[in-house]
Write a new protein. Structure first.
Length: 189
């Protein structure tokens, strides 16, 4: 069903976004207000929640939105949206996802109330391999995220390799076919 939906969007000139990785169906806490954990084995997620992600990531030109839930099987200290073990390790590494990764809104409590805060989370996200950081609800939070990124760039703390790879992905996404592995969908048929 997700593939057919992405196909329809693609045919209308709109890129779809798969969300919210790692899947929030088993999460009862509200990441708008604060932290939330997903305490499920990776093997169970592979058999269930990750099926649509695995089927569409990297082949459809779709973006993937990273949720702010903490996936404890991989990282107990940071939400998925700025977790190096998940972004660089699982998604970019094990799954070889070379598509666009965008965070959920950084104005949410799971980010600004985290130990890293918005500024630190922005740096962690970019260094891990995230391409776009969303700041939408409280647009004033853009300044805190950007200040953290500019300070990290000035201090030489941003990973040059991660920035170059992100630039390449973003430029490719702006091309007419925009897909990671050649032309875009249809996939769902």
């Amino acid at each position: 069903m997700a593939g057919a939906y992405c196909d329809g969007l693609w045919e209308a000139g709109v890129r779809c976004t798969l969300k919210h990785f790692p899947g929030l169906g088993r999460v009862f806490e509200d990441t708008h207000r604060g932290g939330a954990s997903l305490d499920i084995a990776a093997s169970e997620l592979e058999r269930t929640d990750w099926v649509p992600f695995r089927a569409l990531i990297g082949r459809s030109g779709a973006f993937t939105m990273l949720g702010h839930v903490t996936l404890t099987a991989f990282d107990r200290s940071r939400p998925v949206s700025f977790s190096r073990p998940i972004v660089a390790g699982l998604l970019r590494g094990d799954w070889r996802d070379d598509g666009i990764l965008i965070t959920d809104d950084f104005s949410m409590g799971a980010v600004y109330r985290s130990g890293d805060g918005i500024a630190g989370a922005a740096v962690e996200a970019i260094d891990a391999g995230v391409d776009l950081i969303l700041v939408s609800y409280d647009t004033d939070q853009y300044y805190a995220a950007m200040q953290g990124l500019l300070r990290a760039a000035r201090d030489g703390r941003l990973q040059e390799k991660a920035l170059r790879q992100s630039d390449r992905r973003l430029i490719r996404a702006g091309q007419p076919d925009g897909a990671a592995d050649g032309p875009g969908p249809p996939l769902g048929r």
